[in-house]
Design a protein around this ligand. Structure first.
Ligand SMILES: Cc1cc2nc3c(=O)[nH]c(=O)nc-3n(C[C@H](O)[C@H](O)[C@H](O)COP(=O)(O)O)c2cc1C
Length: 247
């Protein structure tokens, strides 16, 4: 089994690892222009953004040729996933493949402008959910989680009326404090290569996807956003910062 994952604070990485098999970071595949994946079973594990599939992941899936007998997707979320399963079921991979299995797992919320990271803790049903999904995958169960009309309405409404800020819209809200030691960890964590060090300080370009990897995992807690709920930071307790490094 091969599991392709995207993770800025380790929730999706933890799920991907817990399912077993070979894990491959999606940003590495994108950076290497590597879209041909062969395996018996192939899975995608990613976080919900804006009650939907992050555009970065959707774009990746539309370029992906997954040659497999079983294709599954697991979306991790922190509060409310909207109709993400419905959204991903509509995506067709480049080689015409559709998903055989789609499910969600509730984890901690990692959006710093939405929630206080000091209050985040593991969901107590998280392990049961992982075990149950693993059982489904081993059995190659065909299942797509059904979405309620309310969830569909919420995602549709959210997509139409609210776009979470990305690019400069996100990074213009950043400040770097004097605790920054110029270690460059932010640049190594950024999935889109959007950060370069200039005079020992991070400099952001235009391709921020708002994942928060740089902010959440800065060893000096030197990156802040004007709208963050507190200066506390979150990383999944089973994951080390080095596990999240892209380059
Ligand atoms: C930009 C952004 C948008 C998010 N939007 C949602 C959302 O709509 N619903 C939700 O429940 N969680 C949302 N989250 C939280 C993540 O989906 C959740 O914490 C996920 O498990 C993080 O996974 P990761 O640690 O693998 O990146 C959002 C997080 C970010 C950074």
């Amino acid at each position: 089994m091969k599991i392709l994952y995207f993770s800025s604070t380790g929730n999706s990485l933890y799920v991907a690892k817990s399912l077993g098999g070979e894990i491959i970071a999606i940003p590495k595949l994108i950076n290497e222009n590597s879209y041909e994946i062969k395996g018996d079973a192939i899975g995608i594990v990613f976080p919900v953004y804006g009650l939907c599939v992050p555009p970065y992941i959707e774009e990746f899936l539309k370029n992906l040729n997954a040659d497999c007998s079983y294709l599954f997707a697991i979306a991790t979320y922190g509060t409310f996933p909207g109709s993400v399963c419905d959204e991903i079921s509509r995506i067709t991979l480049k080689n015409g493949r559709k998903f055989d299995y789609i499910n969600t797992i509730k984890m901690a919320q990692n959006c710093i402008t939405f929630a206080d990271m000091a209050k985040q803790k593991e969901s107590n049903r998280q392990q049961d959910a992982i075990d149950s999904i693993l059982g489904d995958i081993v059995a190659k169960k065909k299942f797509i989680k059904k979405e309620t009309p309310f969830k569909k309405y919420m995602t549709k409404n959210h997509k139409k009326n609210y776009e979470y800020p990305t690019g400069a819209g996100m990074t213009e809200g950043f400040t770097i404090t004097d605790t920054c030691k110029g270690c460059g960890m932010c640049a190594r964590l950024c999935p889109t290569g959007n950060i370069q060090l200039k005079d020992g300080r991070p400099l952001f370009s235009e391709s921020c996807i708002s994942c928060g990897a740089c902010i959440q995992n800065c060893p000096a807690n030197a990156i802040h956003h004007g709208k963050e709920k507190s200066s506390a930071r979150y990383r999944n307790p089973h994951v080390e910062v080095t596990d999240l490094v892209i380059s």
